[in-house]
Design a protein around this ligand. Structure first.
Ligand SMILES: [Zn+2]
Ligand SMILES: [Zn+2]
Length: 147
């Protein structure tokens, strides 16, 4: 049997279901994630597109271009504004799910990596055992939010 997990936005209008395991889970402290969440970091839970199904509600899209020149598209609930999902030009075929939007038990997935550690607040402590990158893995000099 395949594991399915559901979640949604703050007001409940948007609902989704994911199937199976994520392809990547990263905590991202890039400035884009800080702005779009209003918090210190985003939790990016990526699935293959085929493993994410949107069940109800209407998502608005907003696209912007990173410093590296690639687009990032966030999709948020029309009613309450919660960013539920996004896609990145850098990661074709992957759908990012905002890690805090899953139903209980919300944090059922394992965190693998921290990216953009350089823009974390000073008080943030990273647990042992994670793969930590100052910026984007493989492109240390490039500011590329979203992973
Ligand atoms: Zn909503
Ligand atoms: Zn980010």
């Amino acid at each position: 049997m395949t594991h399915a997990h559901e979640g949604g936005c703050a007001c409940g209008a948007v609902r989704y279901r994911t199937t199976g395991k994520p392809v990547r889970v990263a905590l991202c402290a890039c400035t884009w994630c800080q702005k779009r969440t209003g918090g210190a970091f985003g939790i990016s839970v990526y699935f293959n597109d085929a493993d994410v199904e949107f069940l109800q509600g209407s998502l608005r899209k907003h696209r912007l271009t990173s410093d590296a020149g690639r687009w990032l598209e966030s999709r948020f609930c029309e009613a309450c504004g919660t960013t539920v999902t996004w896609t990145l030009e850098l990661r074709p075929g992957w759908t990012g799910i905002a890690g805090g939007t899953f139903d209980q038990p919300t944090y059922w997935y394992d965190l693998e990596a921290v990216v953009f550690a350089r823009s974390m607040p000073d008080w943030m402590v990273i647990p042992d055992g994670l793969d930590v990158h100052d910026a984007m893995p493989g492109h240390p000099s490039v500011t590329e939010p979203g992973e």
